[in-house]
Design a protein around this ligand. Structure first.
Ligand SMILES: *[C@@H]1O[C@H](CO)[C@@H](O)[C@H](O)[C@H]1NC(C)=O
Ligand SMILES: *[C@@H]1O[C@H](CO)[C@@H](O)[C@H](O)[C@H]1NC(C)=O
Ligand SMILES: *[C@@H]1O[C@H](CO)[C@@H](O)[C@H](O)[C@H]1NC(C)=O
Ligand SMILES: *[C@@H]1O[C@H](CO)[C@@H](O)[C@H](O)[C@H]1NC(C)=O
Ligand SMILES: *[C@@H]1O[C@H](CO)[C@@H](O)[C@H](O)[C@H]1NC(C)=O
Ligand SMILES: *[C@@H]1O[C@H](CO)[C@@H](O)[C@H](O)[C@H]1NC(C)=O
Length: 325
């Protein structure tokens, strides 16, 4: 047991001695180099590798002349910008010695490659993931200043890959596989028609949208509903259409979810089947009706009888309130 422990300590010591490079260096004793983004005159133990200023980087680690690890090395080897920064001024190798001057691209925009030479803000020509591009970057011309790509964040619960070209909201994708795709009119993530629930808020997570039972519709993830009698479900599962669509029938609407006659007609289109027409007949001359109330001709009332009309109107309101409650 003891010899075993000693062996482990010994092996650890050996590996420690073999890889004796300074912090932020790579390699093994005698062959240590500062890591990319760091510089130093020596990268062996006892020496140190200094981090380049924020937004700057070195080229690949090297101990050649002008490399990031050699006797003459100084901050001027921090001569390229980090990704998504653009270069205002190059590094200076003579006094006053300086690193490159790099500025972060505006939020959402970025660079395709790290800047190695002085550029301007138009080098910020891409949109980083989860942003889409509305306006491309503009290279300056006399009298017109450069500007970066204009990048807009994807809506909540959606993402996009890095964008190199102008696009639109459609470049973003909802996390939920059962969400409606974005369009000019669909600007938030909601469940597909015919699915109910709340879209997933986790990329790659399980869908929060569940398919409605057959024959039921849903829009925007609301609870599934049955189509009223006298109607059939639309093929896109977003609602219903009354079998009878002849004059006098109020077209199906999401808000009423019924098949009934318009004002001034009587009849019962909820009894219609495929092919039925003329479920609703106009009230006789001088008579009228309130939408959906008159099932028989006798339910029509004299147009002039405002008292009865008003009473019926308030009865309808009262009943509607009862139903809503
Ligand atoms: C540095 O350069 C010398 C000779 O140019 C070479 O022998 C040595 O291996 C190099 N060190 C590293 C870490 O590459
Ligand atoms: C700083 O480093 C650069 C690159 O290694 C070198 O060319 C230059 O001579 C150095 N400058 C000074 C003052 O040491
Ligand atoms: C420096 O460049 C390397 C290679 O492109 C990259 O992996 C690293 O993240 C960069 N470091 C900084 C601080 O930009
Ligand atoms: C959707 O979210 C609302 C509010 O958080 C919650 O009340 C409802 O139960 C959720 N619906 C489903 C189907 O999970
Ligand atoms: C993102 O998804 C979560 C979970 O479904 C939901 O509560 C939230 O309202 C969604 N955000 C937007 C802006 O749609
Ligand atoms: C009425 O419905 C029939 C078949 O159901 C359809 O062919 C026709 O286009 C519809 N008419 C109107 C005005 O919607």
């Amino acid at each position: 047991m003891q010899t075993y422990m000693i062996l482990i300590v010994y092996l650890k010591l050996v590996s420690y001695v073999i890889s004796q490079c300074a912090q932020n260096a790579q390699g093994t004793t005698g062959n240590c180099l500062c890591m990319q983004g760091y510089y130093g005159i020596n990268a062996e133990i006892g020496s140190s590798c200094i981090q380049c200023p924020s937004g700057t980087n070195t080229t690949e680690p090297s101990n050649s002349t002008n490399g990031n690890t050699n006797a003459l090395t100084n901050i001027s080897v921090c001569n390229q910008c980090s990704l998504n920064f653009y270069m205002n001024a190059a590094a200076s190798t003579s006094q006053p010695i300086a690193s490159a001057q790099c500025t972060a691209c505006p939020t959402g925009s970025g660079t395709q490659i790290p800047s190695k030479t002085p550029t301007d803000i138009s080098f910020c020509s891409i949109c980083v993931p989860n942003y889409y591009m509305t306006v491309a970057a503009f290279n300056p011309i006399p009298g017109v200043k450069a500007f970066p790509a204009i990048c807009i964040p994807c809506p909540a619960n959606s993402s996009s890959p890095l964008q190199t070209q102008t696009g639109a909201l459609v470049n973003c994708n909802c996390y939920d596989v059962n969400a409606l795709p974005f369009s000019a009119t669909q600007t938030t993530c909601t469940c597909l028609n015919g699915y109910y629930g709340n879209v997933s808020s986790v990329e790659g997570g399980p869908s929060g949208c569940t398919r409605c039972p057959p024959g039921m519709f849903s829009v925007g993830g609301i609870p599934c509903q049955k189509c009223p009698s006298g109607s059939q479900i639309l093929s896109d599962l977003s609602g219903c259409s009354c079998y009878d669509n002849s004059t006098g029938v109020n077209p199906w609407s999401f808000y009423t979810n019924t098949c009934q006659c318009r004002a001034g007609y009587y009849g019962d289109p909820s009894k219609a089947v495929s092919g039925t027409t003329d479920s609703c007949s106009p009230c006789p001359n001088g008579y009228t009706s309130i939408a959906g109330i008159a099932l028989q001709q006798s339910d029509c009332y004299l147009s002039g009888t405002t008292f009865r009309a008003v009473t019926r109107f308030y009865v309808v309101i009262f009943v509607s309130i009862l139903i809503l409650l």
